[in-house]
Structure formats: structure tokens, C-alpha cells
Design a binder for this molecule. Structure first.
Ligand code: ZN
Length: 52
């Protein structure tokens, strides 16, 4: 588990940030659910995450 700051760029252009994998994954899952009415899995979110 990494505690490095990570970002996930959503295909819609929004950038989600978090201070850890868990934080950025949670931000991306909540964004996907609220904005896109889409269920993003933890694995899918992790695949999109990259170091900030
Ligand atoms: Zn989006």
C-alpha cells in the first residue's frame, strides 16, 4: 500500500486527487457514482491512478 499522492484523470476531464491509493480510489469511485451514475471498482480505479 502506497502513501504517495496519487491522481486519477477521469475520461470527462475531472482530476481526482488523494494522499494515498485509498483516498484517490475513494474519490474516483464517488465521482463515477455521483457524476456518471457508474460503478467503478477498486481495481479499475487503481489501474487509472498514477503518481501526482
Ligand atoms: Zn468524470
Amino acid at each position: 500500500m502506497s502513501n504517495q499522492k496519487k491522481i486519477i484523470e477521469c475520461p470527462c476531464g475531472v482530476i481526482l486527487e488523494g494522499q494515498s491509493d485509498d483516498a484517490v480510489v475513494a474519490a474516483a469511485m464517488s465521482h463515477a457514482s455521483e457524476v456518471h451514475d457508474m460503478d467503478l471498482t477498486r481495481d479499475q480505479a487503481l489501474e487509472m491512478a498514477r503518481p501526482a
